[in-house]
Design a binder for this molecule. Structure first.
Ligand code: LMR
Length: 296
């Protein structure tokens, strides 16, 4: 974000260690002014005046854990950060990276509703890394130049709720079903692949930073009035009946989300996968809502 030309002020917040990170990053010769804020008492100051807030806070997975296993630790972290956003920058676009995204985004919505400042067009769960992974793996498999590859990824951001639509990938390439199944599995397990490789030392940080910055850049371009900016994101949606949050391609505009796309035609395998993940998504959403309403 320091090298993003749309950024004038970059406020870095964490409970500890931020002054060092801020000093380090501030030496990059780009126009954004950098300030570091450490500790809860400085959170309000960090958020004041922000147009966009990116929230990657929370504990990472260890091998063997699902993203949902992080709920206990991360739900309250997200709740408290969102409360501060609702108080200090209620009109900001919010990008939620903290896992489990399938639940933390509904938590954020409930908290903001409770504060009377919820705008469904300003709240987005970041699923860009799933798209980035699907593009990488598809390009590797097909030999297509990776810069030309596009793969829609819909659903949510955990396990089987991550639904890459290789039938709609471009450039189109016909592949046997077992190859598509393996590509789908690898995309769904992308985060786990990194968690295992890091062997207890965390989850994806570098590729996630790339994907998070890509998505944030799209939000900023939309806020600045660039037409036709579109990215996948997990947002309040009625694209799938019975699910209040779902990821499809969204249009980003001066007020945040300016439109939500349908997911197009699925083949029978993809339709089955979508049907199969609906109960998990539904229960992750309900779990987040119940937590935010103080019921768990
Ligand atoms: C990812 O997709 O890499 C992140 O959600 C982190 C994780 O736990 O997998």
């Amino acid at each position: 974000m320091k090298i993003n030309p749309a950024v004038t002020q970059l406020s870095l917040y964490d409970i500890v260690g931020t002054p060092g990170v801020a000093a380090d990053i501030s030496h990059i010769n780009s126009k954004a002014k950098v300030q570091g804020f450490a500790g809860p008492e400085s959170l309000g100051e960090a958020l004041k005046g922000c147009h966009l807030v990116i929230i990657p806070a929370g504990l990472p997975r260890k091998p063997g854990m699902t993203r949902d296993d992080l709920f206990k630790a991360n739900a309250s972290i997200v709740r408290d950060l969102i409360k501060a956003c609702g108080e200090h920058c209620p009109k900001a676009v919010l990008n939620i990276i903290s896992n489990p995204v399938n639940s933390t985004v509904p938590i954020a919505a409930e908290i903001l509703k409770d504060m009377g400042v919820y705008d469904k067009n300003k709240l987005m769960g970041v699923t860009t890394l799933d798209v980035v992974r699907a593009r990488t793996f598809y390009a590797e498999k097909t030999g297509a130049p990776v810069a030309d590859v596009d793969v829609p990824v819909i659903g949510g951001h955990a396990g089987q709720t991550i639904l890459p639509l290789f039938s709609q990938a471009s450039p189109g390439h016909s592949m046997p079903e077992d190859v598509i199944a393996a590509l789908t599995q690898r995309t769904q397990d992308g985060g786990t692949e990194v968690v295992q490789a890091k062997a207890g030392k965390g989850s994806a940080t570098l590729s996630m930073a790339y994907a998070g910055a890509l998505f944030a850049d799209a939000c900023l371009r939309g806020l600045n009035g660039e037409p036709n900016v579109k990215e996948y994101a997990y947002v309040q949606s009625n694209v799938v009946s019975g699910l209040s949050f779902f990821s499809t391609k969204v249009k980003l505009g001066p007020e945040g989300i300016a439109g939500i796309s349908e997911y197009g035609t699925l083949n029978s395998v993809e339709q089955k996968a979508l049907d199969a993940c609906v109960p998990e998504l539904k229960s992750s959403i309900e779990k987040g809502v119940a937590f935010a309403q103080g019921k768990v």
